[in-house]
Ligand binder design. Sequence first.
Ligand SMILES: Nc1ncnc2c1ncn2[C@@H]1O[C@H](COP(=O)(O)OP(=O)(O)OP(=O)(O)O)[C@@H](O)[C@H]1O
Ligand SMILES: [Mg+2]
Length: 152
Amino acid sequence: MRTTLFQISYSLHEIRQAAGRFIEATSGYTVFAFSGEMGAGKTTFIHHICDLLQVEDAVSSPTFALINEYHYTASAQQDKIIYHMDWYRLKDAADAINAGMEDCLDVAIKGGALCFIEWPEKAIELLPVPYLWISIDTIDIHERKMTIEVVS
Ligand SMILES: Nc1ncnc2c1ncn2[C@@H]1O[C@H](COP(=O)(O)OP(=O)(O)OP(=O)(O)O)[C@@H](O)[C@H]1O
Ligand SMILES: [Mg+2]
């Protein structure tokens, strides 16, 4: 079942504020599937979320890594992991399992990590319910529309 949580439109000028609203509205979820065409702004938005969560590590573009691991301090001084995954170059779910994606998702299910996934369509069957499906649509060169749905 899919239920829309909220929709938001933003320019790059407003993206930090949008990322802040996103964090507030999605608290408690640990698996985030970011869907959108090439250049839609998946990486850009994820970087802003990481920035607001005060990720300690330099947040790099995942272009050359299938999995990037970052750390941040959650409330109650807990060290939390963020797995930023790019499934673009994966063929299918078997390929994703071989690349260690399921292990990252397991940590997220247990509440020890957040998983941000670009190109989740490549292995959609691996996503553990409930998860969030985030669609980013290009309105024009500056404006994006994001729809966040709960899949349960
Ligand atoms: N409102 C906006 N939100 C996000 N990105 C924007 C916006 N307006 C313009 N952009 C630009 O769009 C581009 C988005 O690139 P980004 O690498 O984030 O896309 P992506 O969805 O991760 O692509 P890929 O599928 O190749 O990984 C950037 O150059 C960014 O500056
Ligand atoms: Mg990207």
